[in-house]
Design a protein. Structure first.
Length: 237
C-alpha cells in the first residue's frame, strides 16, 4: 500500500490556474497534490547574445524553491552566490522540454524566460514545473499573437511530465515525498502530446531495476502524461 493510499497507477489531484501573475505575459499556478509551482513566462525582445543575427529565438527557464517550500527552511541560493547543481539541472530540463515543442524560427529574434518558483514541495517539483510551464508559455505566445508580434503560435505540440518509481517492489506513478525519499528507483518522464519522448531520467536509488520494470514505468508515464495533457486542454477550453 502506498502511503497516500493511492493505487499504483493513480496520480494525485492535479489542477491549473492560469493568468495568476498580473504582469507576466503568461502564467500558471500548477498543483500536483501538495506540490505547488508558480510558472511565469516573460517576453524579452532580443535573443541571447550568442544567437543574435540567426533569425530565430530561444526559450529557457529558471527554477527556484522558496525557503519554506519544504519541512525546514532552505537557505536562498542567492545568499550563497551560486546555484546548486540540482537547480541548474532542473532548469535546463524545463528549458529543453519547452524547446522540444517550440518552433524557434517562428519566434523570431526574441527570448521567452519561464520562471518556475516552487511554493510548496511534496515531490515531483520538476515534473509539475514542466507541465505548468507549458501553459504559461502557451499564454505568452497567445499574448504575442494578439498583438501581432507573431503571426501564429510557435507551439507545435503539448508537453507534460510525470514521475514514476519502484516503491516496495511495485512500479507506481507520481511519487510524493514520502515515496520519493524511500523508493528503490526514481524516474522522470517527459512526453509530448503526440506521444514522443523528450527525456527519461531514471536512477536506481536502492536496488537496480530491470528492463521490464522500466517498461512498466514508461507505460504508467504514457497514461499519466495523456491525462495531464487532457487537463491542459481542459484548462484552455
Amino acid at each position: 500500500m502506498r502511503p497516500s493510499k493511492r493505487a499504483p497507477d493513480e496520480m494525485r489531484q492535479v489542477s491549473f490556474e492560469r493568468r495568476v501573475a498580473r504582469y507576466a505575459e503568461g502564467s500558471c499556478l500548477v498543483k500536483f497534490g501538495n506540490t505547488q509551482v508558480l510558472c511565469a513566462a516573460s517576453l524579452e525582445d532580443k535573443p541571447p547574445p550568442w544567437l543574435r543575427g540567426q533569425g530565430r529565438g530561444w526559450v529557457t527557464a529558471e527554477y527556484s524553491m522558496l525557503p519554506r517550500a519544504t519541512h525546514t527552511r532552505t537557505r536562498r541560493e542567492a545568499a550563497t552566490g551560486r546555484l546548486s547543481g540540482r537547480t541548474q539541472e532542473i532548469q535546463r530540463l524545463i528549458g529543453r522540454s519547452l524547446r522540444a515543442v517550440t518552433n524557434l524560427s517562428a519566434l523570431g529574434e526574441r527570448q521567452i524566460v519561464v520562471d518556475c518558483d516552487v511554493i510548496q514541495a511534496d515531490g515531483g517539483t520538476r515534473t509539475a514545473s514542466i507541465t505548468g510551464a507549458w501553459l504559461a508559455l502557451h499564454d505568452c505566445f497567445d499574448w504575442m499573437r494578439s498583438r501581432s508580434i507573431v503571426k501564429e503560435s510557435p507551439l507545435r505540440d503539448h508537453v507534460a511530465a510525470v514521475s514514476c518509481g519502484i516503491f516496495n517492489g511495485t512500479p507506481v506513478i507520481d511519487l510524493d515525498y514520502a515515496e520519493d525519499s524511500t523508493a528503490e528507483t526514481d524516474a522522470n518522464f517527459v512526453l509530448t502530446g503526440s506521444g514522443g519522448l523528450v527525456e527519461i531520467q531514471a536512477t536506481a536509488e536502492v536496488a537496480v531495476f530491470s528492463q521490464d520494470e522500466l517498461s512498466a514505468m514508461l507505460a504508467l508515464a504514457q497514461q499519466g502524461v495523456a491525462d495531464l495533457i487532457a487537463l491542459q486542454k481542459a484548462a484552455l477550453a
